[in-house]
Ligand binder design. Structure first.
Ligand code: IPE
Ligand code: IPE
Ligand code: MG
Length: 254
């Protein structure tokens, strides 16, 4: 761990890491357990990754915890996930607060069970003034839905006469997304070997570096995150330019 950490250039960290925490169900099945057991164990990984991100000074960490499509899973699994969310937040909020973590939620908050809304709402209030890691939970999240709602907000403003269509640009559009307050993720990690985005931050990931690992989420530890960071730091981010332009530029490529 310390050896790996020493290799990471702390001056070239992504400001925002987004993670699709996948593979809980398969991890549990491989052990002859119910899928829900994988979700419980996944919480251990969440704690580790939040800790290391806070320790090394990552500004924003978005965790895809529950997609809008996940509502279509068997009711027992959905119920277990919602209960786990409530219990985990309740248990962890003091430590998060102590560690100066500020909690946020993106997604369709109103669709969460009242208990989850209450627990998350309180946790966000408690941590609202913190200045360390911004921990963003994507809950009942659908990126397409988020984009559609942003378009609707802009259309409303045009109808009421507070906005001219020609004033709609990327900056304004970005401000209408749930992620308005956050920089775009520079690194997106997905565990469990699946190489897809699954309706996650479609707009915001436009220029993110994507990192896919076969490790299932419940096995994902600090070392895995540091390896992802090392991989990220070994990449050349060109943003449409040539390699020569990037090498001759004086601005850092993070
Ligand atoms: C990710 O693990 C957690 C959630 C989607 C809530 P999965 O539950 O998708 O696990 P697999 O992909 O079926 O193994
Ligand atoms: C994406 O994982 C959502 C979360 C990790 C919360 P899924 O396991 O639901 O994605 P698909 O259905 O395999 O694409
Ligand atoms: Mg999955």
């Amino acid at each position: 761990m310390t050896e790996l950490l020493a290799q990471v250039d702390l001056n070239r960290l992504p400001r925002h890491i987004a993670i699709i925490m996948d593979g809980n169900g398969r991890w549990a099945k491989e052990r002859g357990e119910d899928r829900v057991y994988g979700h419980y164990e996944g919480v251990v990984s969440v704690r580790e990754i939040v800790d290391i991100c806070g320790e090394i000074g990552i500004g924003h960490l978005t965790l895809y915890a529950f997609s809008a499509e996940n509502w279509n899973r068997p009711k027992a699994e959905v119920d277990a996930l919602m209960e786990l969310l409530v219990n985990t937040i309740r248990k962890e909020v003091n430590d998060l607060h102590k560690n100066n973590v500020k909690l946020h939620v993106i997604g369709d908050f109103a669709s969460l069970p009242p208990m989850a809304q209450k627990e998350m709402g309180e946790a966000m209030e408690i941590t609202a003034m913190n200045t360390g890691l911004n921990l963003i939970l994507a809950l009942s999240y659908s990126s397409r839905q988020e984009i559609v709602l942003a378009a609707r907000k802009l259309a409303d403003m045009v109808v009421t006469g507070t906005l001219q269509p020609q004033d709609i640009d990327e900056t304004l559009f970005t401000r209408c997304l749930d992620t308005a307050l956050f920089p775009d993720p520079e690194l997106m990690i997905r565990t469990s070997g699946e190489s897809r985005i699954s309706n996650f931050l479609l707009f915001q990931l436009a220029y993110a570096e994507l990192y896919f690992t076969p490790v299932h989420w419940p096995d994902f530890r600090k070392e895995h995150l540091l390896n992802a960071l090392l991989d990220y730091q070994g990449r050349e981010r060109r943003f449409g330019k040539t390699s020569e332009q990037i090498k001759n530029s004086t601005t850092p490529d993070v």
